[in-house]
Design a protein around this ligand. Structure first.
Ligand SMILES: Cc1ncc(COP(=O)(O)O)c(C=O)c1O
Length: 453
């Protein structure tokens, strides 16, 4: 079989002078599926190799240029290779260094910037990824409450550690049947016992929420959610449901953790919490915080965060690369720009213009559609009513969306071909030729619809 695969690869190489098949064939000899992490493998023909990125565009290994609405799953908030951020990082590493394993003045400076934007944060610690930030927040919640159970919301994604690697089996669920969707691991290698302390609730379902607290309130360390589910097409909590969740958490001493890894410093300067005016006990941040540099953090109420520390019984938090100066200098400059300029207003304005033009395209094609979430991170759902939870997503026409997305990619618009991943905007999208975008969206939609007739 391996020999057959190799022969097939060689045939492709002979038949094309494109670099992509060659790079993938070579990479497969060194990495599983030829990629650095699972989600970059899009099939042998489709796996993308990027040569360079600038502003809101990507150029691949065969010199094809894309306007990018995927933005590396959301971290790019200003634009790729933003000079202001890059120069701040260069200054930092050439004048001071990358890391020493000791404290620097910059640590607290960045936290002060976060606190100025996010009133829910009184104290904070850093991390290197969203996964680590979530691990830190959940451990802190458990340390503070001395309870163990963690509740997450169906459709959310909170990183790659075993406890968070469970999901509703929505693809194999019958939305018209009486059964609830099953819960399955994201993949192999996740021990079933890692699920034993995790419960699921459905977004905007009041009964489920009340029942959860009635039955389990003494065991619940935390409820962890994205109020705007950045991993389920930006389907959003209602104000009333989130408010009730906040009240129940307060009443029962359960920590409300809002995962702002995608929404933080993006949907508003103060993230989703600013939009709702509802604040968590602990929050997690990453992505937009560093415009593509790997920085993350978790923080919240001072009395809760103060259980973290190197004292007897203190909650463990550490990491060789935590708070490294590449990450912190990028965060410092990105947060300065987001604080002092109207970058997020620009993003909202352009995001709305793009929604309007897409709306015209869908209407002309006779497709029922709904946008979900804010313009900086919006989902598109082919359905007559806005989905109110992940189960509703199942009855949207996501197959049509997938074909529309693939066509758009062919025309030079990069996005995730899965309607669960929102369209991400960055400041540099103000340079996009909206007339061109509408034209290619129109062509992509016409062709996708033809496939579904
Ligand atoms: C809401 C949310 N939390 C956590 C994570 C994990 O972040 P990372 O990929 O940086 O580990 C993600 C990743 O997309 C996310 O969207």
């Amino acid at each position: 079989m391996a020999l057959q695969n190799r022969i097939a690869e060689l045939l492709i190489l002979l038949m094309t002078n494109k670099r992509q098949p060659q790079l993938l064939a070579e990479a497969k000899r060194h990495m599983p599926q030829g990629v650095a992490e699972n989600y970059r493998y899009w099939g042998d023909d489709r796996t993308v190799f990027i040569e360079h990125a600038k502003g809101c565009t990507l150029t691949d290994c065969d010199s094809k240029t894309y306007v990018d609405f995927r933005l590396g799953y959301g971290p790019i908030i200003l634009g790729y290779r933003d000079d202001r951020v890059d120069q701040a990082v260069v200054r930092q590493i050439t004048e001071r260094g990358t890391l020493s394993g000791f404290a620097t003045e910059l640590d607290a400076e960045v936290v002060k910037q976060v606190k100025a934007l996010c009133p829910n944060v009184e104290k904070m610690r850093f991390a290197n990824s969203g996964t680590e930030a979530v691990m830190g927040a959940v451990r802190t919640a458990r340390g503070f409450t001395k309870r163990e159970r963690v509740v997450i919301v169906e459709g959310g994604f909170h990183g790659l550690y075993d406890e968070m690697m469970w999901k509703s089996d929505i693809e194999n669920w019958d939305p018209h049947g009486a059964q609830q969707p099953g819960v399955i691991p994201f993949g192999g290698g996740i021990p079933p016992r890692a699920r034993s302390l995790v419960d699921f609730i459905v977004l905007n379902d009041f009964n489920m929420l009340e029942r959860l607290f009635e039955e389990h309130h003494k065991e619940l360390a935390c409820i962890l959610l994205e109020p705007i589910i950045g991993n389920a097409g930006s389907i959003a909590a209602t104000q009333e449901w989130l408010q009730r969740l906040r009240e129940l958490c307060t009443e029962h001493g359960t920590m409300l953790i809002i995962d702002e890894v995608k929404s933080g410093f993006r949907v508003a300067k103060g993230g989703a919490q600013q939009l709702y005016g509802i604040y968590a006990d602990l929050s997690t941040y990453a992505k937009a915080m560093g415009n593509g540099y790997p920085v993350a953090g978790f923080g919240g109420r001072a009395d809760v965060m103060d259980v973290v520390g190197a004292f007897r019984g203190g909650v463990v938090h550490g990491g060789t690369y935590t708070g490294n100066l590449v990450a912190l200098s990028a965060a410092h400059e990105t947060l300065r720009i987001l604080t002092e300029t109207d970058a997020l207003q620009t993003i909202d304005r352009v995001g709305l213009q793009i929604q309007e033009l897409l709306g015209r395209v869908f209407t002309a094609a006779g497709i029922e559609f709904m946008f979900a979430g804010p313009p900086a991170m919006f989902g598109i759902h082919f359905t007559p009513t806005v989905p109110s939870n992940y189960r509703d997503w199942r009855i949207t026409n996501s197959d049509l969306y997938r074909d529309f997305a693939w066509k758009l990619i062919d025309y030079g618009v990069m996005l995730e071909p899965d309607s669960r991943e929102p369209w991400f905007l960055c400041e540099a999208h103000q340079e996009v030729d909206l007339g061109w975008l509408e034209e290619v969206a129109h062509r992509a939609m016409t062709e996708a619809c033809a496939m579904h007739r």
